[in-house]
Write a protein that binds this ligand. Structure first.
Ligand code: GLC
Length: 383
């Protein structure tokens, strides 16, 4: 990576650190609190500079874990009165829902760089086990999410079947708030939602991936067995028509948007053991008429009628998604690894480290800067 980008990322990580609580807000104005998967990615970016705050940030993120293994996606620093309008857990300073458990991967990356992660492995194991047991849907053998926000990709067209009528961001925000109020909590842990009950392919892939990553450090055979079962069931969601893995929902209502061509439907590339599926999925990713853009993979296929390159989760490039696909590509020695890494650096730079950017022009959208983009420092230097 060019030194300039490396220096820019470092300047960003340094200036945005919150020393009082020990974490990096994704963006100081728009997202001032701690978000779970963001902090895992920040820790990975920090570890590239041997920054001790990488470990602090991950420790702070995991500190919100409940005894049963439920880990909220947000911690409010400081606690906020307004959050009481959103969450039943607000009095404890947290949200009611979770997010992709990227801490398994973060722990592995930090361990490989010599950080002492020993104090984190018990809670990380507990967190992943919570998801793979308490959130397991017996009918599918997959993990459920109880709100679109849990996927980390909250406005993707895969949720459009839950949207009343044609997608509009304002209406969707109201619908999301309504669904939030229906989340069912057991001792503070969200376990179900009668209005939103989805086995997301992307989320399941990330659960299994993080379990494998953690087990690479802890050699926990039980965790691997659970992850293997998830991956086997995930394979049943393969859609040969799109070359992606679909979401699955139970219940009487048809949800055609489960098969919408969105990038998270390619995240099983991190874990799939099916060579034919993997080959077809790489093809979909590399196709310029579908996902491949000059500044990185589009969050929604260009071929979809919903595609909007500047819309929030409706087509733009997100740094953490590019990073995850780069991890998949480099582990599998795919020729796409190099162009994915290059596009992450190019897009982060062109967008001045934006939340998401236009796949064709690199123009930044959403909050600027946004911590996910610091992952540009975590892909190899391409000279
Ligand atoms: C948005 C993103 C989510 C992220 C949060 C903070 O809600 O959709 O993935 O964690 O912002 O950056």
């Amino acid at each position: 990576m060019p030194d300039l980008v490396r220096d820019d990322v470092w300047a960003l990580l340094t200036s945005s650190w919150n020393p009082t609580y020990g974490y990096t807000p994704p963006n100081r104005k728009k997202y001032p609190h701690q978000w779970l998967w963001d902090s895992c990615f920040h820790a990975i970016a920090r570890s590239q500079y041997r920054d001790p705050r990488a470990l602090t940030e991950l420790t702070t993120a995991l500190s919100a874990m409940r005894p049963d293994g439920f880990l909220p996606n947000m911690q409010y620093f400081p606690r906020s009165l307004l959050s009481r309008l959103m969450w039943k857990n607000a009095s404890q300073g947290t949200s009611d829902i979770t997010q992709p458990p990227m801490y398994g991967h973060a722990i592995r990356v930090l361990a490989s760089k010599g950080y002492d992660v020993s104090h984190l492995v018990e809670s990380a194991t507990r967190g992943l086990t919570f998801l793979m047991t308490r959130r397991l849907v017996p009918e599918t053998g997959l993990v459920r999410i109880v709100h679109p926000w849990e996927s980390g990709c909250d406005d993707i067209p895969r949720w459009d079947s839950w949207h009343p009528g044609r997608f509009h961001r304002m209406t969707w925000n109201v619908a999301k708030y309504y669904m939030l109020r229906r989340v069912v909590l057991r001792n503070g842990a969200s376990v179900a939602n009668p209005s939103f009950d989805v086995c997301s392919a992307g989320f399941n892939a990330l659960v299994a991936f993080n379990a494998y990553e953690l087990a690479a450090v802890t050699h926990d055979a039980a965790l691997v067995r659970r992850a293997d079962a998830l991956v086997a069931n995930l394979e049943k969601t393969w859609n040969p028509a799109t070359g992606l893995w679909d979401n699955v929902t139970l219940g009487p209502r048809p949800r055609p948007s489960n098969a919408a061509p969105t990038l998270d439907g390619l995240l099983p590339l991190l874990v799939s053991k099916n060579r034919a599926h993997v080959a077809a999925a790489w093809k979909a990713l590399a196709d310029p008429e579908q996902f491949w853009g000059a500044y990185g993979p589009r969050s929604v296929s260009k071929a979809s009628p919903a595609y909007n390159p500047d819309g929030y989760w409706r087509g733009g490039v997100w740094g953490q998604m590019t990073y995850l696909l780069w991890v998949a590509a480099s582990r599998r020695r795919s020729p796409l690894a190099r162009p994915l890494a290059a596009s992450l650096v190019r897009g982060a730079e062109a967008s001045t480290f934006a939340e998401h950017w236009n796949p064709e022009t690199g123009r930044g959208n959403g909050a600027v800067p946004l911590g996910f983009s610091t992952l540009a420092a975590a892909v190899p230097s391409l000279g």
